[in-house]
Design a protein around this ligand. Structure first.
Ligand code: HEM
Length: 418
């Protein structure tokens, strides 16, 4: 066997080494993130950022779970290299115990975190927050815990949160022990134990070594770019406004046509102390407007509830759910005028109703300016979400989402001159 082969036999395989450092980096990042967000979510100034940090923590944690299972499967099929001959029996036993504990924690910590968020409960309050892996894949709640009774959820949440924190902190202690022992071996015993988890670049052919350097460089760059992109998207998602290009509005009757570029139905409020603002991308208006016969005039607007977007992936996924718009049962919200009261030259105040999820509320503040071939409907409303049954299970008191949602309407209509 060549010198290269001999040297490699004292090391872990390339797959095991890669997984070791990847999991180590993710675990340490997630411990720091977990400790920070746990307090930051309760402080108004950092709450908005902490909401994004929770999603990142859950995504990293679930990635650690998947990689750890992969690592375990790999380990069962590939014997690790023998420990250095000079190690005492007690040291060997300790090393085996630490490794075993790591495997248990690498699986136990993320699993208890997952069980905790599956209860959809924290402290005294129920939650309605999906776990969405890196804003891409919605992760199911385990064992339908979120559908259990309030008592069961609350107790299970407290238990899993405690176990998760205790295991995570044990893991942090074990990391310190593990790193300390590895350094002692390297610097004091000088038995090259640390070398077992390093790539043996010096034994490689020059061409392969160059390739390995490039690969390392590219992987580091990729990780940095992805982290920067994701990190900035966490921040952007708390302040983003939606893509306006998708607006679709129509009006069929009486020749009135909507001018889409000057028309919008917007909403705004606060979530976790952070302002959000969005709009409905699709709605349909039936404008029966007769400048010479206001008593016969009326307006109907059907707003597609599933088209509400504010650019924050968490909000955009949550809004269609049963406790918010319940878009499956109520795909539309309906605005109808009941009367139009003249308040000035060609100016009218609109009296009407808005029906959201079968809850009908009066809407009396909109203004209509009605010319022969131009009409403008505008106004700002404040909707009490309790009155239209929005978010009343997870946030009835408005701790997270502001109880009042502001709605701004601007609709420009025109029709060809006779
Ligand atoms: C190896 C992976 C993980 C590590 C090292 C880790 C570590 C931590 C740490 C240190 C804390 C702070 C505990 C405290 O101070 O009370 C924490 C909190 C938390 N973790 Fe993890 N975690 C991991 C995986 C996960 C996963 C997979 C989930 C969910 C899918 C999760 C959900 C949470 C939640 C929701 C909290 C906040 C608890 C609260 O605010 O009450 N974690 N985690």
């Amino acid at each position: 066997m060549s010198a290269v082969g001999k040297d490699n036999s004292a090391r872990y395989s390339a797959v095991a080494i890669t997984l070791h450092w990847l999991i180590a980096a993710l675990v340490m990042s997630n411990i720091v993130l977990g400790i920070w967000m746990h307090d930051a979510i309760d402080v108004a100034a950092s709450r908005g950022l902490a909401v994004g940090a929770y999603q990142l923590h859950k995504s990293l944690g679930l990635s650690i779970l998947a990689l750890s299972i992969l690592r375990l499967v790999w380990r069962l099929g590939h014997r690790p290299p023998a420990l250095p001959g000079g190690m005492k029996r007690l040291q060997r036993r300790l090393a085996t115990a630490v490794h075993l504990s790591f495997y248990l924690l690498m699986i136990g910590v993320p699993l208890t975190g997952w069980l905790f968020v599956s209860t959809q409960w924290r402290g005294d309050v129920p939650l309605n927050v999906d776990t969405v892996w890196f804003d891409r894949i919605t992760v199911p709640h385990l064992f339908n815990l979120h559908q259990q009774s309030a008592d069961v959820r609350q107790q299970a949440a407290a238990t899993f949160a405690d176990i998760h924190a205790a295991l995570a902190l044990s893991m942090a202690l074990l990391v310190v022990l593990h790193v300390g022992a590895a350094l002692l071996h390297q610097l004091h015993a000088r038995d090259q134990l640390l070398v077992r988890v390093l790539f043996n670049l010096s034994a490689m052919q020059p061409k392969r070594r160059r390739n390995a350097h490039w690969l390392g460089f590219l992987l580091t760059a990729l990780v940095l770019v992805c982290s920067a992109y994701y990190g900035s998207s966490v921040f952007r998602s708390t302040t983003a406004t939606p893509d306006l290009a998708a607006v679709q509005v129509t009006s069929e009757e009486t020749g009135w046509q909507v001018n889409p570029s000057a028309s919008s139905i917007r909403f705004a409020g606060e979530h976790a102390e952070t302002r959000f603002s969005g709009r409905f991308l699709r709605w349909h208006i039936d404008a029966q407007l007769y400048p010479n016969n206001i008593n016969a005039s009326r307006l109907s607007v059907d707003i597609e509830t599933g088209s509400a977007r504010d650019g924050n992936p968490l909000h955009d996924r949550t809004l269609p759910e049963p406790e918010w718009f319940d878009t499956r049962r109520f795909p539309f919200a309906y605005y109808r005028t009941t009367s139009m009261v003249q308040t000035g030259n060609r100016q009218y105040t609109l009296m009407g109703t808005l029906d959201i999820k079968g809850n009908v509320i009066p809407i009396d503040g909109l203004t209509l300016l009605l010319g022969d071939n131009q009409a403008l409907i505008s106004g700002d409303l404040v909707i009490d979400r309790a009155r239209v049954d929005m978010g009343m299970q997870s946030d009835p008191s408005g701790t997270w989402v502001s109880p009042k949602i502001r709605v701004s309407i601007a609709v420009q209509l025109q029709r060809p001159q006779d």
